[in-house]
Design a binder for this molecule. Structure first.
Ligand code: BEZ
Length: 234
């Protein structure tokens, strides 16, 4: 089998640089997106149903991602002319879940050579040697990979989870906390590792209002939704 695979950049590593043609013109990554969070995602192909349903939701949420200082960047192994025709068909013909006349404003990379897809491990030969699987890379404003996800072609992504991951990463950075299972804005957060109730008391002279320790190694404290919103403001 032709060796089409390549390592995925790991968590904490620099996201590989690239230049590419997109539906919004030529881009240089990451220089063109300085200071922004990036969600770089791949999908298998244009004019396919799961991908279309995903683009309807990415398009619907583009303002929410903008407000979080996050640039969406799509990629598939396909020609620019095909990408443009597909996005036009979505805008002119598709009404899905009440979404219609959708103008996709974020760039969709035409990665015909699979050069970018290979560098990001988006080609998984066990699934396909000619199409990208559904990956999502969350890249911070310093160009560091902070989370990645990988789904098969037949399973569409969960967009509440994509937003939750972005807000979660921004909250972790803003408040130096960790986030427990199923965290949503407004839920209690986990004090930095090594923080016990005693440490919290020693540092502040008072127990953090509402702080709670389940045992010596597991303490939480409140973080209001307003604070989360303030920490994710861009
Ligand atoms: C889809 O988007 O529906 C799809 C694409 C490639 C393979 C299978 C499904």
């Amino acid at each position: 089998m032709e060796n089409t695979t390549c390592n995925m950049p790991g968590l904490g590593e620099k996201a590989p640089e690239f230049e590419a043609e997109t539906t919004q013109g030529h881009i240089r990554f990451p220089q063109d997106f300085k200071g922004k969070w990036i969600i770089l995602f791949s999908h298998p192909g244009d004019f396919t149903p799961v991908c279309t349903s995903e683009f309807m939701l990415f398009g619907k949420m583009q303002e929410e991602f903008d407000a979080l200082g996050c640039q969406l960047l799509g990629l598939s192994v396909g020609a620019l002319t095909s990408h443009i025709a597909w996005l036009r068909s979505i805008r002119e013909k598709i009404e899905y879940k009440g979404i219609r006349n959708l103008d996709i404003r974020f760039p969709l990379i035409a990665d015909l050579t699979m050069d970018v897809a290979r560098r990001y491990g988006m080609i998984q030969p066990g699934a396909s040697t000619t199409a990208a699987v559904r990956t999502v890379f969350f890249i911070d404003p310093h160009g560091i990979v902070r989370t990645f996800l990988c789904y098969p072609a037949v399973l569409g992504r969960n967009f509440d989870e994509l937003k939750r991951i972005l807000v979660g990463l921004q909250t972790i950075d803003a408040y130096n906390v960790a986030l427990p299972a199923d965290w949503h804005p407004g839920d209690d957060v986990i004090a930095p590792s090594g923080s016990t109730m005693e440490a919290i008391d020693r540092r502040t002279g008072n127990p953090d209002e509402g702080a709670r320790c389940y045992d010596w190694y597991f303490c939480t404290k409140p973080l209001s939704e307003e604070k989360v919103t303030a920490g994710t403001k861009h």
